[in-house]
Design a binder for this molecule. Structure first.
Ligand code: XIL
Length: 372
């Protein structure tokens, strides 16, 4: 058989063109993780069962580069009885994250919820003293930070400590046991332990819901200023972002909060994002709660949700210099703690919804701007 050089070179050119086309395609991000590169980390919250679910774990590895345990690093999961630590479920997430080169966010040290009662009880059955509760908090923080040394890049030190109007959360057992300086003490302890472990780079975070409400914004800004004036380290502010689909909160309100938080020198983290589409219900720190004023989202359609996701992601892109990470609170709608509100970007079958693509487009556009 004679080799026709001309046809060979045509073939070679064809291969080159095809390879080039493939490369061009490869450069166009098709998944969120790639599209968010250079803007901010893009995260998800996963329960342990996600890692034995093929579709869920494939989504996590391809679309996200940061993981948070939905429940498995909370106090009731990690230290159900005093001094008896359980790390196995958290380890499952950390190992997955390491395998796929993802960052891990620790959630959470001090919270009024999902914390066992023994933490606040004294040996005599009475309320535990300030000293005892602080000692327990320090022991808890030291054990968790030591166990996951080098594997966790940020920790929620305090979660949900303010009311919407900015006053300290009234019924917090932490506040009752330790006193008004309980958050400051928690940050001091976390910083001290981080230093002991050579983990100064681990970000220490304050996290809360309704972080766009002016009273809360002011209270958190004041707290950060107070901490900084006393040399207490705080690195980032977590806005949970359990929001509504009906422009609630509106973009201008979210933007005002971004400006205020960025002004403190802290990084901003969108830490638990989901967008409720259910009329007459509002996302609260406790789940979907009846609220008849939430009627503006009469259009709870997939397209309306896609637009809402696009609007907020366009804003995140605009503030990408101030934002460290954006984390969605769950994989698909049937996995969500607010499943009745169908709030996520994958549906109950883990198929992408139109809002998945609007988030992807918003990130891609942001990335193109960066490269200009
Ligand atoms: C939720 C989890 O998603 C649920 O599975 C669990 O039953 C309750 O907690 N604010 C937080 C999160 O900081 O830890 C909460 O997560 C949602 C509200």
């Amino acid at each position: 058989m004679s080799i026709n050089l001309k046809s060979l070179s045509v073939l070679a050119a064809g291969v080159c063109v095809a390879a080039f086309a493939l490369q061009a395609n490869a450069q166009e991000p098709t998944r969120l993780r790639q599209a968010a590169e250079g803007l901010f980390l893009i995260g998800n919250a996963a329960p342990t069962r996600a890692f034995s679910d093929l579709i869920a774990s494939d989504i996590l590895a391809q679309d996200f580069d940061r993981l948070t345990c939905e429940n498995e690093m909370k106090w009731d999961a990690t230290e159900p009885q005093e001094g008896q630590f359980r790390f196995q479920q958290g380890d499952t997430l950390v190992e997955f994250a390491q395998k796929y080169n993802m960052k891990v966010h620790g959630h959470t040290f001090l919270w009024h919820s999902q914390t066992p009662n023994w933490v606040f009880q004294g040996p005599d059955g009475q309320r535990a003293s300030r000293e005892l509760v602080l000692k327990r908090l320090e022991n808890h923080i030291r054990n968790l930070m030591t166990h996951w040394k080098g594997k966790i890049q940020s920790w929620d030190v305090c979660n949900e400590c303010f009311e919407d109007n900015g006053s300290p959360r009234g019924f917090s057992p932490w506040r009752q046991a330790i006193g008004e300086d309980y958050m400051e003490q928690a940050f001091r302890i976390a910083d001290k332990v981080a230093k002991e472990l050579g983990e100064e780079k681990v970000l220490l975070v304050y996290n809360d819901f309704n972080m766009y409400k002016p009273g809360k914004v002011q209270a958190v800004v004041n707290m950060v200023k107070d901490f900084k004036s006393k040399g207490v380290r705080i690195d980032a502010i977590g806005m949970q972002a359990h929001w509504q689909s009906n422009d609630d909160p509106d973009i201008a309100t979210i933007e005002a909060a971004f400006k205020a938080y960025a002004g403190t020198g802290c990084k901003i983290i969108i830490s638990e994002m989901d967008i409720n589409t259910r009329n007459g219900f509002r996302n609260s720190g406790r789940g979907l709660e009846r609220d008849d004023s939430v009627q503006g989202n009469a259009d709870a359609s997939a397209d309306a949700l896609a637009k809402r996701y696009k609007d907020v992601f366009d804003l995140f892109v605009k503030y990408h210099n101030d934002i460290y990470a954006v984390t969605l609170w769950g994989i698909g709608d049937s996995w969500s703690w607010l499943r009745g509100g169908q709030p996520l970007i994958f549906d109950g079958n883990l198929d992408p919804k139109p809002c998945y693509y609007s988030v992807l487009e918003s990130l891609k556009k942001g990335q193109k701007e960066l490269k200009k």
